[in-house]
Design a protein around this ligand. Structure first.
Ligand code: GLU
Length: 359
Protein backbone atom coordinates (compact mmCIF):
# COMPACT_ATOMS: atom_id res chain seq x y z
CA UNK A 1 0.00 0.00 0.00
CA UNK A 2 1.32 3.39 -1.00
CA UNK A 3 -1.41 5.94 -0.60
CA UNK A 4 -4.47 6.31 1.60
CA UNK A 5 -7.43 8.66 1.87
CA UNK A 6 -8.91 9.25 5.32
CA UNK A 7 -12.35 10.86 5.52
CA UNK A 8 -13.54 12.21 8.84
CA UNK A 9 -17.19 12.97 9.51
CA UNK A 10 -18.51 16.09 11.24
CA UNK A 11 -19.56 14.19 14.37
CA UNK A 12 -15.89 13.27 15.04
CA UNK A 13 -14.53 16.76 14.44
CA UNK A 14 -17.05 19.02 16.11
CA UNK A 15 -18.42 18.62 19.63
CA UNK A 16 -22.04 19.17 20.57
CA UNK A 17 -22.41 22.93 20.69
CA UNK A 18 -20.20 23.42 17.67
CA UNK A 19 -16.69 23.63 19.17
CA UNK A 20 -13.91 21.97 17.19
CA UNK A 21 -12.68 18.79 18.87
CA UNK A 22 -8.97 19.67 18.99
CA UNK A 23 -8.05 16.60 21.05
CA UNK A 24 -9.54 14.33 18.40
CA UNK A 25 -7.79 16.17 15.57
CA UNK A 26 -4.49 15.94 17.45
CA UNK A 27 -4.84 12.18 17.93
CA UNK A 28 -5.88 11.69 14.31
CA UNK A 29 -2.90 13.69 13.08
CA UNK A 30 -0.52 11.75 15.36
CA UNK A 31 -1.74 8.53 13.69
CA UNK A 32 -1.32 10.13 10.24
CA UNK A 33 2.21 11.19 11.23
CA UNK A 34 3.09 7.52 11.90
CA UNK A 35 1.78 6.60 8.44
CA UNK A 36 3.84 9.33 6.81
CA UNK A 37 6.99 8.30 8.72
CA UNK A 38 6.26 4.77 7.49
CA UNK A 39 6.38 5.97 3.87
CA UNK A 40 2.67 6.33 3.06
CA UNK A 41 1.12 9.29 1.25
CA UNK A 42 -1.96 10.45 3.13
CA UNK A 43 -4.84 12.60 1.95
CA UNK A 44 -7.51 13.84 4.36
CA UNK A 45 -11.11 14.54 3.36
CA UNK A 46 -12.69 16.57 6.13
CA UNK A 47 -16.25 17.46 7.00
CA UNK A 48 -17.20 19.75 9.86
CA UNK A 49 -17.16 23.18 8.19
CA UNK A 50 -20.88 23.81 8.51
CA UNK A 51 -21.07 22.30 12.02
CA UNK A 52 -18.15 24.42 13.21
CA UNK A 53 -19.61 27.60 11.64
CA UNK A 54 -22.88 26.90 13.44
CA UNK A 55 -20.94 26.84 16.72
CA UNK A 56 -18.93 29.94 15.93
CA UNK A 57 -22.10 31.91 15.19
CA UNK A 58 -23.75 30.57 18.34
CA UNK A 59 -26.72 29.11 16.43
CA UNK A 60 -28.70 26.42 18.18
CA UNK A 61 -28.89 24.10 15.15
CA UNK A 62 -27.76 23.65 11.55
CA UNK A 63 -29.72 26.20 9.47
CA UNK A 64 -32.05 25.02 6.71
CA UNK A 65 -31.64 27.81 4.15
CA UNK A 66 -28.82 27.60 1.62
CA UNK A 67 -27.35 31.07 2.22
CA UNK A 68 -27.12 30.49 5.98
CA UNK A 69 -25.54 27.07 5.51
CA UNK A 70 -23.05 28.54 3.05
CA UNK A 71 -22.17 31.34 5.47
CA UNK A 72 -21.62 28.75 8.22
CA UNK A 73 -19.38 26.71 5.89
CA UNK A 74 -17.29 29.78 5.00
CA UNK A 75 -16.81 30.63 8.69
CA UNK A 76 -16.26 27.07 9.91
CA UNK A 77 -13.82 26.06 7.15
CA UNK A 78 -11.25 28.53 8.51
CA UNK A 79 -11.59 27.18 12.02
CA UNK A 80 -11.15 23.65 10.77
CA UNK A 81 -8.04 24.40 8.76
CA UNK A 82 -6.49 26.25 11.69
CA UNK A 83 -7.08 23.20 13.86
CA UNK A 84 -5.49 20.86 11.29
CA UNK A 85 -2.53 23.15 10.70
CA UNK A 86 -1.80 23.49 14.40
CA UNK A 87 -1.94 19.74 14.88
CA UNK A 88 0.26 18.99 11.83
CA UNK A 89 2.76 21.66 12.98
CA UNK A 90 3.41 19.66 16.15
CA UNK A 91 4.66 16.79 13.95
CA UNK A 92 6.46 19.10 11.54
CA UNK A 93 4.21 18.06 8.68
CA UNK A 94 2.71 20.52 6.21
CA UNK A 95 -0.88 20.43 5.10
CA UNK A 96 -2.75 22.16 2.29
CA UNK A 97 -6.39 23.05 1.69
CA UNK A 98 -8.21 21.86 -1.45
CA UNK A 99 -11.87 22.83 -1.89
CA UNK A 100 -13.80 21.17 -4.70
CA UNK A 101 -17.28 20.65 -6.07
CA UNK A 102 -18.77 17.71 -7.92
CA UNK A 103 -18.40 19.59 -11.17
CA UNK A 104 -14.61 19.66 -10.82
CA UNK A 105 -14.55 15.87 -11.24
CA UNK A 106 -16.90 15.82 -14.23
CA UNK A 107 -14.60 17.53 -16.66
CA UNK A 108 -11.45 15.74 -17.84
CA UNK A 109 -9.20 18.85 -18.00
CA UNK A 110 -10.16 20.00 -14.54
CA UNK A 111 -9.70 16.52 -13.09
CA UNK A 112 -6.25 16.35 -14.69
CA UNK A 113 -5.28 19.69 -13.13
CA UNK A 114 -6.53 18.44 -9.78
CA UNK A 115 -4.55 15.20 -10.17
CA UNK A 116 -1.36 17.17 -10.90
CA UNK A 117 -1.88 19.34 -7.82
CA UNK A 118 -2.36 16.28 -5.61
CA UNK A 119 0.74 14.62 -7.09
CA UNK A 120 2.83 17.70 -6.47
CA UNK A 121 1.63 17.97 -2.86
CA UNK A 122 2.49 14.30 -2.23
CA UNK A 123 5.88 14.89 -3.83
CA UNK A 124 6.49 17.72 -1.32
CA UNK A 125 5.39 15.46 1.53
CA UNK A 126 2.34 17.63 2.19
CA UNK A 127 -1.02 16.27 3.39
CA UNK A 128 -3.89 17.62 1.23
CA UNK A 129 -6.96 18.40 3.35
CA UNK A 130 -9.99 18.32 1.07
CA UNK A 131 -13.54 19.49 1.62
CA UNK A 132 -16.41 20.41 -0.61
CA UNK A 133 -16.45 24.11 -1.47
CA UNK A 134 -19.74 24.42 0.41
CA UNK A 135 -19.73 28.22 0.39
CA UNK A 136 -20.24 28.22 -3.38
CA UNK A 137 -21.97 24.90 -3.99
CA UNK A 138 -25.41 25.01 -5.55
CA UNK A 139 -27.55 21.97 -6.26
CA UNK A 140 -26.22 21.15 -9.76
CA UNK A 141 -22.56 21.15 -8.77
CA UNK A 142 -22.62 19.76 -5.27
CA UNK A 143 -21.94 16.41 -3.65
CA UNK A 144 -23.78 17.19 -0.44
CA UNK A 145 -21.96 14.46 1.45
CA UNK A 146 -18.26 13.88 1.86
CA UNK A 147 -18.52 10.07 1.62
CA UNK A 148 -19.04 10.30 -2.15
CA UNK A 149 -16.47 13.07 -2.44
CA UNK A 150 -13.86 10.94 -0.66
CA UNK A 151 -14.53 8.01 -3.02
CA UNK A 152 -13.81 10.20 -6.05
CA UNK A 153 -10.72 11.62 -4.32
CA UNK A 154 -9.56 7.99 -3.93
CA UNK A 155 -9.76 7.66 -7.72
CA UNK A 156 -8.01 10.89 -8.69
CA UNK A 157 -5.25 10.39 -6.11
CA UNK A 158 -4.95 6.74 -7.18
CA UNK A 159 -5.06 5.64 -3.56
CA UNK A 160 -5.15 2.04 -2.34
CA UNK A 161 -7.48 2.45 0.61
CA UNK A 162 -10.26 4.77 1.75
CA UNK A 163 -10.96 4.93 5.49
CA UNK A 164 -14.28 6.49 6.52
CA UNK A 165 -14.08 7.60 10.16
CA UNK A 166 -17.50 7.91 11.67
CA UNK A 167 -19.47 7.47 14.89
CA UNK A 168 -20.48 3.92 13.97
CA UNK A 169 -18.50 0.67 14.17
CA UNK A 170 -19.30 -0.33 10.62
CA UNK A 171 -22.03 -2.27 8.87
CA UNK A 172 -24.66 -4.18 10.85
CA UNK A 173 -27.37 -6.50 9.57
CA UNK A 174 -29.88 -3.91 10.93
CA UNK A 175 -29.74 -0.56 12.75
CA UNK A 176 -27.98 -1.46 16.05
CA UNK A 177 -29.55 1.53 17.86
CA UNK A 178 -33.07 0.31 17.32
CA UNK A 179 -32.70 -3.44 16.71
CA UNK A 180 -31.09 -5.63 19.41
CA UNK A 181 -30.67 -8.56 17.01
CA UNK A 182 -28.39 -6.54 14.71
CA UNK A 183 -25.13 -8.37 13.98
CA UNK A 184 -21.83 -6.78 13.03
CA UNK A 185 -20.29 -7.48 9.61
CA UNK A 186 -16.51 -7.22 9.53
CA UNK A 187 -15.96 -8.01 5.84
CA UNK A 188 -18.00 -7.39 2.72
CA UNK A 189 -17.04 -9.16 -0.51
CA UNK A 190 -19.69 -8.23 -3.04
CA UNK A 191 -22.04 -5.28 -2.54
CA UNK A 192 -25.43 -6.65 -3.53
CA UNK A 193 -29.04 -5.82 -2.70
CA UNK A 194 -28.83 -7.52 0.71
CA UNK A 195 -25.97 -5.25 1.72
CA UNK A 196 -27.80 -2.20 0.41
CA UNK A 197 -30.89 -3.15 2.41
CA UNK A 198 -28.82 -3.46 5.60
CA UNK A 199 -27.61 0.10 5.22
CA UNK A 200 -30.65 1.74 6.88
CA UNK A 201 -30.10 5.34 7.96
CA UNK A 202 -27.54 7.08 10.14
CA UNK A 203 -28.38 8.39 13.61
CA UNK A 204 -25.80 11.18 13.52
CA UNK A 205 -27.29 14.63 14.01
CA UNK A 206 -24.35 16.65 12.65
CA UNK A 207 -23.15 14.77 9.56
CA UNK A 208 -24.86 14.63 6.18
CA UNK A 209 -24.27 11.13 4.86
CA UNK A 210 -25.64 7.98 6.46
CA UNK A 211 -24.83 4.34 5.82
CA UNK A 212 -26.39 4.63 2.36
CA UNK A 213 -23.76 7.14 1.19
CA UNK A 214 -21.05 4.94 2.71
CA UNK A 215 -22.24 1.97 0.67
CA UNK A 216 -22.32 4.17 -2.41
CA UNK A 217 -18.73 5.21 -1.67
CA UNK A 218 -17.79 1.54 -1.24
CA UNK A 219 -19.31 0.72 -4.64
CA UNK A 220 -17.10 3.32 -6.27
CA UNK A 221 -13.90 2.45 -4.40
CA UNK A 222 -14.22 -1.33 -4.73
CA UNK A 223 -15.37 -0.90 -8.35
CA UNK A 224 -12.08 0.92 -8.93
CA UNK A 225 -10.37 -2.16 -7.48
CA UNK A 226 -9.41 -0.67 -4.09
CA UNK A 227 -10.40 -1.25 -0.46
CA UNK A 228 -12.65 0.75 1.84
CA UNK A 229 -12.88 0.60 5.62
CA UNK A 230 -15.56 2.04 7.90
CA UNK A 231 -13.89 2.84 11.21
CA UNK A 232 -15.27 4.11 14.52
CA UNK A 233 -13.75 7.35 15.84
CA UNK A 234 -13.57 5.77 19.31
CA UNK A 235 -10.71 3.57 18.06
CA UNK A 236 -8.72 6.48 16.62
CA UNK A 237 -5.63 5.58 18.72
CA UNK A 238 -5.28 2.35 16.78
CA UNK A 239 -5.82 3.75 13.28
CA UNK A 240 -2.19 3.25 12.26
CA UNK A 241 -2.13 -0.36 13.49
CA UNK A 242 -5.37 -1.12 11.65
CA UNK A 243 -4.16 0.48 8.41
CA UNK A 244 -0.93 -1.55 8.66
CA UNK A 245 -2.88 -4.76 9.23
CA UNK A 246 -1.61 -5.31 12.80
CA UNK A 247 -5.14 -5.06 14.19
CA UNK A 248 -8.61 -5.64 12.75
CA UNK A 249 -11.43 -3.18 13.36
CA UNK A 250 -14.42 -1.85 11.46
CA UNK A 251 -16.04 -3.13 8.28
CA UNK A 252 -13.71 -3.78 5.37
CA UNK A 253 -15.13 -3.71 1.82
CA UNK A 254 -12.94 -5.87 -0.36
CA UNK A 255 -11.92 -4.73 -3.86
CA UNK A 256 -13.63 -6.17 -6.92
CA UNK A 257 -11.44 -7.76 -9.55
CA UNK A 258 -12.26 -4.96 -11.92
CA UNK A 259 -9.05 -3.05 -11.22
CA UNK A 260 -9.83 -0.14 -13.54
CA UNK A 261 -7.18 2.30 -14.72
CA UNK A 262 -7.61 5.81 -13.31
CA UNK A 263 -8.82 6.94 -16.73
CA UNK A 264 -11.52 4.25 -16.95
CA UNK A 265 -12.55 4.82 -13.34
CA UNK A 266 -12.87 8.51 -14.16
CA UNK A 267 -15.03 7.70 -17.22
CA UNK A 268 -17.26 5.40 -15.21
CA UNK A 269 -17.59 7.13 -11.85
CA UNK A 270 -16.66 10.80 -12.22
CA UNK A 271 -17.38 12.15 -15.70
CA UNK A 272 -20.45 14.21 -16.58
CA UNK A 273 -22.47 12.04 -18.97
CA UNK A 274 -23.61 14.07 -21.99
CA UNK A 275 -25.68 11.55 -23.93
CA UNK A 276 -26.36 7.98 -24.88
CA UNK A 277 -25.63 5.81 -27.89
CA UNK A 278 -27.82 2.79 -28.59
CA UNK A 279 -26.21 -0.18 -30.29
CA UNK A 280 -27.31 -3.51 -31.73
CA UNK A 281 -26.51 -6.94 -30.26
CA UNK A 282 -23.38 -7.41 -32.43
CA UNK A 283 -21.84 -4.14 -31.31
CA UNK A 284 -22.73 -4.82 -27.65
CA UNK A 285 -20.96 -8.18 -27.87
CA UNK A 286 -17.92 -6.58 -29.54
CA UNK A 287 -17.68 -3.81 -26.91
CA UNK A 288 -18.00 -6.36 -24.11
CA UNK A 289 -15.12 -8.27 -25.75
CA UNK A 290 -13.09 -5.05 -25.41
CA UNK A 291 -13.37 -3.95 -29.04
CA UNK A 292 -14.05 -0.40 -30.21
CA UNK A 293 -17.49 0.85 -31.24
CA UNK A 294 -17.84 1.39 -35.01
CA UNK A 295 -20.70 3.21 -36.78
CA UNK A 296 -22.19 -0.01 -38.16
CA UNK A 297 -23.53 -1.11 -34.77
CA UNK A 298 -25.18 2.19 -33.83
CA UNK A 299 -28.97 2.20 -33.89
CA UNK A 300 -29.74 5.54 -32.26
CA UNK A 301 -28.58 8.25 -29.86
CA UNK A 302 -29.79 10.93 -27.50
CA UNK A 303 -28.37 14.03 -25.78
CA UNK A 304 -26.27 16.87 -27.15
CA UNK A 305 -22.81 15.29 -26.99
CA UNK A 306 -19.71 16.61 -28.73
CA UNK A 307 -16.39 14.94 -29.55
CA UNK A 308 -14.51 14.20 -26.31
CA UNK A 309 -17.62 13.91 -24.15
CA UNK A 310 -18.52 10.85 -22.10
CA UNK A 311 -21.62 8.95 -23.23
CA UNK A 312 -23.45 5.85 -22.07
CA UNK A 313 -23.51 2.83 -24.36
CA UNK A 314 -26.83 1.04 -24.20
CA UNK A 315 -28.53 -1.91 -25.83
CA UNK A 316 -31.69 -1.17 -27.81
CA UNK A 317 -33.87 -1.94 -24.80
CA UNK A 318 -32.09 0.81 -22.81
CA UNK A 319 -29.78 -1.34 -20.69
CA UNK A 320 -26.59 0.69 -20.13
CA UNK A 321 -23.62 -1.69 -20.30
CA UNK A 322 -20.69 0.74 -20.60
CA UNK A 323 -19.57 4.35 -20.70
CA UNK A 324 -16.97 5.81 -23.01
CA UNK A 325 -15.39 8.90 -24.51
CA UNK A 326 -16.95 9.55 -27.90
CA UNK A 327 -14.76 10.71 -30.80
CA UNK A 328 -17.51 12.49 -32.75
CA UNK A 329 -20.49 14.72 -32.03
CA UNK A 330 -24.02 13.33 -32.04
CA UNK A 331 -24.64 14.89 -35.46
CA UNK A 332 -21.56 13.26 -36.92
CA UNK A 333 -22.30 9.82 -35.50
CA UNK A 334 -25.78 10.08 -37.05
CA UNK A 335 -24.31 10.87 -40.45
CA UNK A 336 -21.80 8.01 -40.24
CA UNK A 337 -24.57 5.71 -39.29
CA UNK A 338 -26.46 6.42 -42.52
CA UNK A 339 -23.38 5.37 -44.52
CA UNK A 340 -22.33 2.68 -42.11
CA UNK A 341 -23.37 -0.13 -44.40
CA UNK A 342 -20.65 0.90 -46.84
CA UNK A 343 -17.56 -1.30 -46.47
CA UNK A 344 -15.09 1.55 -45.76
CA UNK A 345 -17.01 2.93 -42.80
CA UNK A 346 -14.34 2.04 -40.25
CA UNK A 347 -14.35 5.19 -38.19
CA UNK A 348 -13.95 4.49 -34.49
CA UNK A 349 -16.79 6.20 -32.65
CA UNK A 350 -15.64 5.10 -29.18
CA UNK A 351 -12.20 3.54 -28.85
CA UNK A 352 -11.81 0.41 -26.70
CA UNK A 353 -9.16 2.19 -24.59
CA UNK A 354 -11.79 4.77 -23.65
CA UNK A 355 -14.57 2.36 -22.70
CA UNK A 356 -15.35 1.29 -19.11
CA UNK A 357 -17.75 -1.65 -18.90
CA UNK A 358 -20.48 -1.91 -16.28
CA UNK A 359 -20.18 -4.57 -13.60
N1 GLU B 1 -18.91 19.46 3.54
C1 GLU B 1 -19.74 19.49 4.74
C2 GLU B 1 -19.04 20.30 5.83
O1 GLU B 1 -17.84 20.47 5.82
C3 GLU B 1 -19.98 18.12 5.32
C4 GLU B 1 -20.65 17.12 4.43
C5 GLU B 1 -20.85 15.78 5.17
O2 GLU B 1 -21.24 15.81 6.34
O3 GLU B 1 -20.62 14.74 4.59
O4 GLU B 1 -19.70 20.75 6.73
Amino acid sequence: MKRIVIKIGSSSLVKTGGKINNEFIYTLVSEIAKMIRGGLDVCVVTSGAVASGVGKLGLSEKPKSLDKKQACAAIGQMNLMQAYEQAFDVFDIKCAQILVNHDDFGNRDRTERMTDTFKRLFFYGVVPVVNENDALAVEEIKFGDNDTLSALVTIVTESDLLVLISDIDGLYTANPHSDKTAEFISRVGKIDETIEKMAGTSDSSVGTGGMITKIKAAEIVTGFGKKMLIFNKSGINSLYDVVCGKEEKGTLFEPTERNLSVKKAWIYFCANVKGRIYVDKGAEKAVKERKSLLPVGITGSEGGFSAGDVVELASEDGNVFAKGIVNYSREETGIFNEYSKTPNSKRVVVHADNIALSF
